[in-house]
Design a protein around this ligand. Structure first.
Ligand code: XMP
Length: 518
C-alpha cells in the first residue's frame, strides 16, 4: 500500500481515490504523523500532499524527518505541491512567494527522462494551484520539468528516491495525471494492484463476522445508499436472525419512501425490520414552528428519544452491536491543515446521540464502510445486488422535507411537496438527466401567487426546483437544465398538482447559496 500524508489540501482525498482506481490500497494520515515501524508495515511508498499553508509560515505542518531517511534507504517518496516545497526546504533549497502565481491549466515540459513520466509526452497540460515557487532546488535535487512560465514543475533526487511535482496529478483536468500516479505507485514503488471489489467484500465480510462474534447487530436505516449497503453486508455476512434493522418514519420522507425501504430490505433477506411509525411524534411538535434551527433541533431531539425508546421497546438485546455507515471521507478532517483522525463529524442525526455514545464506550460499534469512498460503496452495493435506483440515489438530508418547506410545516404542505417532488424526480429519470445531477429536489415556498384556472383567479403555491452538480456537497454549481425539459417538467407539475400554481428554477451556486433552502 501507499501512505498519503495530508497537509490539508482540498484534493488530498482525490489522490487516495485515484490510486485505488488502479487497484493500489492507500491510506491517508495527518501530515505530521510520526512514522513508526508499525505504520510502515506493507508500505511501498509515501506521498506528501498539497496544503493551503505556505512552508514559510511559522506554524505550517511538517512531515516527520524520518521519511527522508527512509527515502534515502530506498522507500520512494513523492511530494505534491506543498509536499515538494517542504521536501525542497528541508534539503536546503529555497521556496518563496512568487510574483507569478499559477492557478489552473499550465503547460509543462520535461527535459530529462524520469520514471514518473514514462510513456507520457514531453509536454502536456498540467493543473497548478500555488502561490509559492521553488527558487532554488534542494541538495541532490535536479529540475526535471518546468512550466511554460519557467517555474520548476518537477524536481528529483534519484539517489535519495525522492521526486516532487508542483502540479496536481490527482485533479481530473491534469493531462496524464492518472498515469503519473500509476508510474509512481506501480513502477517506482512497485506496489501491487490487489485492491479489488472482491477483495474488499471478502475482507469486510470476514471483519463483520469476527468482530460481532455471534452477537446481534442493530442498524438504523435512513433509506440512503450507505445504510442500505451496510444492511446488505450484514445480511450477507451474518445469520439474518441476528440483524435488526430499524427505520424511523418521520412523516417527512419522500413519497412512498417507507414502502420502498421495506421492500429493498426484504429483498436483501432481512427478517427483523422494525418500522417505527413516528409521524405524529415528529409532526406534532413541529406544528407552528418556522425557525429552521428550531425545526432541526426538534427533529434531532425526536430522533434521539425515539431511538432510545424503541431499542428497548422492541427487545433489541443490550449487548447488540451498533452498525454505522461511516465512510472513509467522514473520518478524514478535510481542508483544515493537519487533520486529526477525526471523530465522525457528519452532519447527521445519529452523531452524538446517547445510543451511539453508549455503544462506542462499550466497544460495540462496527463501521464496515470506514475504509471506503462513496463510489466504492456504490460499486459494492451493486455487487451485492442492491438496485441501481437505491445505489445511485441522490443524497437526502436527515431532517427531510422539513427543511424544504420554509416557514410553518403542515401535513397538507408535506403531501403537496411529496407529490411535486416525486413528479420532478421521476421526470428527471425518464429523461435520462437524473444521473448527471448530484442532487435534485423541489422546495415548497411559503408564497402564493395568482394564476388563472378557467375564468377564475386562483392563488397557488410557488414551487422551486433545484438541481445541482457537485463533487462532495461542499461546493455546488447549478445544473444547466435543458430548457425544453424544464418547461415540460414545470407543466407536468402544475397540471398534476393542483395546489401548485407556479414553478421557478433555482439558479444559485454554492457559495453563496447553500444546497438546501434552510
Ligand atoms: P447545504 O444545504 O448545507 O447542504 O449546502 C449540503 C448537503 O448536506 C445536506 N444537508 C443535511 N444533511 N442534515 C443532514 O443529514 C441536515 O441538517 C442537512 N442540511 C443539509 C444537503 O442535502 C446537501 O446534500
Amino acid at each position: 500500500k501507499l501512505l498519503i500524508l495530508d497537509y490539508g489540501s482540498q484534493t488530498t482525498q482525490l489522490i487516495g481515490r485515484r490510486i485505488r482506481e488502479f487497484g493500489v490500497f492507500s491510506e491517508i494520515l495527518p501530515g505530521n504523523t510520526q512514522i513508526t515501524d508499525e505504520l510502515l508495515t506493507g508500505v511501498k511508498g509515501i506521498i506528501l500532499s498539497g496544503s493551503p499553508h505556505s512552508v514559510n509560515d511559522a506554524d505550517s505542518p511538517e512531515p516527520d524527518h524520518r521519511i527522508f531517511e527512509l527515502a534515502a534507504a530506498g522507500l520512494p517518496v513523492l511530494g505534491i505541491c506543498y509536499g515538494l516545497q517542504r521536501m525542497t526546504q528541508l534539503h536546503g533549497g529555497s521556496v518563496q512567494a512568487s510574483d507569478h502565481r499559477e492557478f489552473g491549466r499550465s503547460r509543462i515540459r520535461y527535459n530529462e527522462t524520469h520514471p514518473l513520466f514514462a510513456g507520457i509526452p514531453e509536454s502536456f497540460v498540467s493543473w497548478m494551484s500555488h502561490g509559492d515557487s521553488i527558487i532554488q532546488a534542494g541538495e541532490g535535487f535536479r529540475v526535471v520539468a518546468e512550466s511554460e512560465n519557467g517555474i520548476p514543475a518537477c524536481l528529483a533526487a534519484p539517489d535519495k528516491n525522492m521526486v516532487g511535482i508542483q502540479f496536481h496529478p490527482e485533479v481530473s483536468h491534469c493531462e496524464h495525471g492518472l498515469e503519473i500516479l500509476k508510474n509512481f505507485a506501480l513502477n517506482i514503488c512497485q506496489a501491487r494492484a490487489e485492491w479489488s471489489l472482491d477483495r474488499i467484500l471478502d475482507d469486510i465480510t470476514e471483519d463483520i463476522r469476527r468482530t460481532t462474534d455471534g452477537k446481534p447487530v442493530l442498524l438504523l436505516i435512513s433509506g440512503g445508499v450507505d445504510s442500505t449497503v451496510v444492511a446488505g453486508l450484514l445480511l450477507r455476512a451474518l445469520d439474518p436472525e441476528l440483524v435488526h434493522l430499524m427505520y424511523i418514519d418521520t412523516g417527512l420522507m419522500r413519497l412512498n419512501e417507507t414502502d420502498e425501504v421495506v421492500r429493498t430490505l426484504e429483498s436483501l433477506g432481512a427478517t427483523h425490520i422494525h418500522v417505527v411509525d413516528a409521524r405524529d411524534r415528529f409532526l406534532n411538535p413541529l406544528e407552528g414552528v418556522s425557525d429552521p434551527e428550531e425545526k432541526r433541533r426538534i427533529i434531532g431531539d425526536a430522533f434521539i428519544e425515539i431511538q432510545q425508546h424503541e431499542v428497548t421497546a422492541r427487545g433489541i438485546p443490550e449487548h447488540a452491536f451498533l452498525a454505522q455507515g461511516t465512510l472513509y471521507t467522514d473520518l478524514i478532517e478535510s481542508g483544515k491543515g493537519v487533520g486529526k483522525h477525526a471523530a465522525v463529524i457528519k452532519s447527521h442525526h445519529n452523531v452524538g446521540s446517547p445510543l451511539v455514545i453508549e455503544k462506542r464506550e462499550a466497544g460495540l460499534v462496527i463501521e464496515p464502510l470506514a475504509s471506503l469512498y462513496k463510489d466504492e460503496v456504490r460499486a459494492i452495493g451493486t455487487k451485492i445486488g442492491i438496485s441501481d435506483a437505491v445505489v445511485h440515489r441522490h443524497p437526502f438530508p436527515g431532517p427531510g422535507l422539513a427543511i424544504r418547506i420554509p416557514g410553518q410545516i403542515t401535513r397538507e404542505k408535506i403531501a403537496i411537496l411529496q407529490q411535486a417532488d416525486d413528479i420532478y424526480i421521476r421526470e428527471l429519470k425518464a429523461r435520462g438527466l437524473y444521473d448527471e445531477i448530484w442532487q435534485a429536489f423541489a422546495v415548497l415556498l411559503p408564497v402564493r401567487s395568482v394564476g388563472v384556472a378557467g375564468d377564475a383567479r386562483e392563488y397557488g403555491y410557488v414551487l422551486a426546483l433545484r438541481a445541482i452538480i457537485s463533487r462532495d456537497g461542499m461546493t455546488a454549481d447549478v445544473y444547466p437544465m435543458p430548457w425544453d425539459h424544464l418547461l415540460e417538467i414545470s407543466a407536468r407539475i402544475t397540471n398534476q398538482v393542483r395546489q401548485v400554481g407556479r414553478v421557478v428554477y433555482d439558479v444559485s451556486s454554492k457559495p453563496p447559496a447553500t444546497i438546501e433552502w434552510e
